[in-house]
Design a binder for this molecule. Structure first.
Ligand code: ZN
Length: 629
């Protein structure tokens, strides 16, 4: 605090210094000065090695109504101000704009510092989505109703993080609680003398018994209030499905993840409640436990160094797997040890996401996934699979047929939208309407709201131009039952993308029973079909299947249409990509641990890495304690 006060000029008018979770918040009643001299803060960050945010003093914050009036006046009309959200816990106002580039920091028509000073609220410029997202709205609502509570919590979290260290020399251990020698229930505990950090907390949907389905927190023998933090790499259920249960049983500490991971996991966790109900199972947690996550989450952007406990600093980096997915870099002690958990990674670029980051300053231990860790797990490149997709869809459209693509709502659906838009615009794919139904619309809005997390060219299109592929005229969302008439009309070629991805329920079934009997149509599988699902049976060549039709009647569907499967749209690295990812990180590696794969695959990847790169490797099983340092 003394350093801060010494290095900041009087003109900055600092009125209060406080912890705000892992950051130090400087309150000022003249925000304009520090905004116009931002080198002061960046120099200070270099000196004290802690994150600093500028906050406006509560006294100068205008009422929401007044502030909104000022914003309405100051934001250029062409920017299309669509919504504002005031977060009283931080004094930030999010401004959702159709054309955000007109209000960026260097925009000529809009003076950031001036508007901040006038409203007394710190501005966050955001991209307004084509369709409103109810998940993002729900998060804003939860933030609003909990703002007093959150402000208090953030202060306490800060005091915990910056408490004095007990021990100067670090000892670091990793306890494997799930997702080792298997895919599912990813979870581990990173411990030092001073801290306990839980990383991921998933379920294993394929398992039958509780001791196989959930992370072995019982074996780790810790109570929830001993945890300093929970870090979540990405939103999929096998990494987040058990998290709401921890909140249900009283975890009240911080949850770190990227900004888009929060709404994505909310969407997936709430859907899991519905699915459980539909299958006649009792859900493990309630909606309120999912809402509680929103109140405890602290979102971090890629690349920012954040203290999460007295001796651990966290950096999240792009993992290329799904929107917001992160590899987690843990810097322990004063450089005693650096541990990177790759999470699910795609080391290869797609239209939607950049390739996984390999650029860490130092890594001694790497924990890498091995979903496709066997030697034969080789996939076509993105260019190859995209041109196969274009060829396959064109064949059917040319014959006036319909192409039905069953797809999981999150990730692949949005990538396919981007592929379709790009190839139709360039004339390589025959122009036709694209109909979408299911949770896709909601997931798409979350993607569109976070362009900073998308691949560079796509991000530029959305943030700087009116050519926004998410708003493409090719796409139509089917909102209700009656609207299905149009995609199902005879002799009108089209593409239909619907959930669920493995034909195990959802709107896709209604399209399936209409489309499958006709020879000129096509069923196109672009995502993994698990053994035993209807999707897998159809893909493997079944010509007659029974489904549960409307009114709960069993209906026999004859499949006369073409079926095709395309590999290569996966969000996981194939064997070669996993090897080159490790190679990239190699110079400073001392040890590689392998997880997130069937035992055979983890074993193979582990052996290959040891042979090729001459580092110690190990593929632990669940319930092992590994001394990292
Ligand atoms: Zn995943």
């Amino acid at each position: 605090m003394a350093t801060i006060l010494k290095s900041i000029p009087k003109e900055a008018n600092i009125t209060k210094i406080d912890y705000e979770g892992p950051r130090i918040a400087l309150y000022t009643d003249k925000p304009k000065f520090l905004m116009e001299h931002n080198d002061i803060i960046s120099n200070l960050v270099n000196v004290i090695k802690k994150r600093i945010v500028i906050r406006t003093d509560e006294k100068i914050r205008k009422s929401e109504e007044e502030a909104r009036k000022i914003l309405d006046k100051s934001v250029p009309k062409e920017a299309n101000l669509e919504a504002t959200f005031f977060d009283t816990a931080t004094g930030e106002v999010s401004i959702e704009l159709k054309r955000p580039w007109l209000c960026q920091r260097n925009a000529a028509e809009f003076n950031h510092a001036e508007v901040t000073e006038q409203t007394g609220w710190k501005l966050r410029i955001k991209k307004a989505t084509t369709n409103p997202s109810s998940t993002l709205k729900a998060i804003n609502y939860q933030l609003k109703v909990s703002s007093a509570e959150r402000a208090k919590q953030l202060k306490e979290i800060g005091e915990e993080i910056f408490r004095p260290r007990l021990v100067q020399k670090s000892e670091v251990s990793l306890l494997t609680l799930g997702g080792f020698g298997q895919v599912g229930r990813s979870c581990m505990l990173l411990t030092t003398a001073d801290s306990k950090i839980l990383i991921d907390c998933g379920v294993n949907p394929g398992a039958r018994t509780p001791s196989e389905s959930f992370p072995r927190l019982d074996w780790a023998n810790i109570s929830l209030d001993e945890l300093d933090a929970i870090v979540i790499g990405h939103a999929h259920l096998d990494h987040t499905g058990f998290l709401p249960v921890l909140l249900k049983y009283g975890y009240r500490g911080p949850i770190y993840c990227t900004e888009p991971t929060l709404p994505m996991m909310n969407l997936i966790q709430l859907d899991a409640i519905k699915v459980a109900g539909a299958q006649g199972r009792t859900p493990m947690y309630a909606e309120r436990d999912v809402h509680q996550i929103m109140k405890q989450a602290i979102t971090l952007s890629y690349g920012t160094v954040t203290d999460i406990s007295p001796d651990i600093k966290l950096v999240l980096a792009n993992a290329g797997h799904i929107l917001g997915s992160a590899s987690c870099h843990f810097h322990i002690g004063n450089g005693d040890h650096n541990f990177v958990y790759s999470g699910d990674i795609k080391y290869g670029k797609s239209i939607m996401l950049e390739s996984a980051n390999t650029n860490f300053p130092r890594v001694e231990t790497l924990l890498v996934e091995s979903t496709y860790g066997a030697k034969e797990d080789i996939q076509p490149t993105r260019e190859e699979v995209e041109s196969a997709f274009v060829k396959s869809v064109n064949e059917t459209l040319k014959e006036n047929g319909k192409v039905l693509i069953p797809i999981p709502a999150v990730g692949r659906a949005q990538e396919l939208m981007m592929v379709i838009d790009q190839y139709m615009k360039s004339g390589q794919l025959i122009e036709s309407p694209v109909f979408m139904e299911g949770m896709i619309k909601e997931a798409t809005a979350i993607h569109e709201a976070h362009p900073e997390y998308l691949a560079r060219e796509l991000r530029k299109k959305i943030l700087e131009t009116d050519d926004n592929p998410f708003d493409s005229e090719y796409f139509t969302n089917i909102e209700n039952y009656d609207a299905r008439e149009e995609p199902l009309r005879e002799d009108s070629p089209c593409i239909i993308i619907a959930t669920s991805g493995m034909l195990e329920g959802g709107p896709v079934l209604e399209y399936f029973r209409n489309i499958a009997p006709h020879k000129k149509n096509k069923l196109l599988f672009v995502s993994y079909q698990v053994n035993g699902t209807l999707g897998r049976r159809v893909m493997d060549g079944a010509r007659q299947v029974s489904i549960l039709g409307q009114n709960g009647k069993v209906e026999v569907v004859t499949i006369n249409c073409a079926t095709e499967k395309l590999e290569g749209f996966s969000g996981h690295s194939d064997y070669n990509q996993l090897m080159s990812y490790v190679h990239r990180l190699r110079p400073k590696l001392r040890r590689v641990l392998v997880n997130h794969g069937e035992r055979r695959k983890s074993e193979n990847l582990s052996a290959q890495i040891r042979r090729m790169y001459r580092v110690t490797t190990h593929y632990p099983q669940v319930q092992e304690a590994i001394k990292l340092f």
